[in-house]
Design a protein. Structure first.
Length: 347
């Protein structure tokens, strides 16, 4: 019935729940900005264009409308907040989806800690997807509260909040075929396999990618990122509290390669989240450093959905989830409104 209603609204036969009138829609597919209306129904975008009736209307008066921003890799625990409190910090700045790796809590509480994060993710308007920590503990030299071999991690695959396998920090184990590492990769085959391979290059990089790893957020130089991108990895540019790679890596971005580059915050502490922001800060900084504004928006939205297979969001287009960010200018990116699944979540 929901699909049938969405189609009736899309055809103009039934009023939309909400129509956002007169917005400047950032089209991440065409690279253009289109002055148009957006009709929302049942939490999704029914259509764009004039002539849609609605139960409720909002006049955007020419404001820019982008898909909700997506953080491609974050450890929520590093914010020293619970998931609902973290959402309160990032939602008003336009981040509507995050892919989190709860390895900090897993290092202490193991599977129980991961399940707690999965449970907490269901109690916030922020869309939180969990990548299962691949390296608990991070190294054999660490004293941790848990050890999670492949068979334990695979018990989490049936949870609807699990997206894939989080950053494979044990890159020597991947390259040289450690049995438990390869068992984890095999168990999550068909799901996104996130990488973590600082300074890995040449034949060892080839082996790491050949194992099935699809991304990396540890690049610190343009040369490193360019090699990894050319070998097929998505590059997640990081701007954390303890690792500032954004401005260093922005020269990597070109019209030819930008669709394989995403934004992530990794580890960002409360003062930075509140004073600077998160993905919104990265978009704004990229634009100020000369990246085309629509390209910067793509890097914060569509690119990330394509890497993680989240094809229900990441664009202002018919059938997509109505996660939207409304702001007045690319110059300062002051967010005016944030919609989550068609509902006003922040203003």
């Amino acid at each position: 019935m929901e699909s049938a209603q969405l189609l009736r609204v899309a055809r103009g036969e039934e009023p939309a729940d909400l129509v956002l009138r007169g917005g400047a829609v950032i089209n991440v597919f065409s690279g253009e900005i289109e002055q148009t209306d957006i009709a929302l129904a049942g939490g999704k975008i029914a259509g764009l264009g004039p002539g849609y009736a609605a139960v409720q209307e909002v006049d955007l008066a020419g404001a820019l409308v982008a898909p909700g921003f997506i953080d491609a890799h974050v450890h929520i625990e590093s914010s020293m907040c619970t998931t609902p409190q973290f959402a309160r910090a990032v939602l008003p700045r336009g981040t509507t989806t995050v892919i989190t790796d709860p390895h900090e809590i897993a290092n202490v509480h193991g599977l129980e800690g991961i399940r707690y994060m999965l449970h907490a993710a269901r109690h916030t308007p922020l869309s939180v997807w969990v990548n299962v920590p691949s390296c608990v503990p991070a190294t054999a030299m660490e004293t941790s509260g848990a050890v999670l071999p492949a068979e334990d991690l695979l018990t989490l695959l049936d949870d609807p909040g699990v997206l894939g396998l989080a950053e494979m920090m044990n890159y020597p184990g991947v390259v040289f075929g450690d049995p438990d590492v390869l068992a984890k990769i095999a168990g999550f085959r068909g799901h996104p396999l996130d990488g973590h391979a600082p300074a890995l290059s040449g034949q060892q990089l080839n082996a790491y990618i050949a194992a099935g790893i699809g991304s990396d957020h540890e690049c610190t130089t343009v040369e490193e990122a360019a090699e990894k991108l050319a070998r097929g990895l998505y590059i997640l540019i990081r701007e954390a509290t303890n690792a500032h790679n954004l401005e260093t890596l922005l020269p990597l971005v070109t019209p030819r390669n930008s669709r394989r580059i995403c934004f992530c915050t990794d580890d960002r502490q409360p003062a930075d989240l509140l004073d600077q922001g998160g993905i919104d800060y990265m978009v704004q900084t990229a634009i100020r450093r000369g990246v085309d504004p629509v390209t910067a928006i793509q890097m914060a939205t569509l690119n990330t959905t394509e890497w993680f297979g989240l094809h229900d969001r990441g664009a202002v287009a018919p059938g997509r989830r109505a996660d939207l960010v409304v702001f007045d200018s690319f110059h300062d990116l002051q967010v005016r409104r944030v919609y989550i699944a068609g509902r006003l979540a922040a203003r």
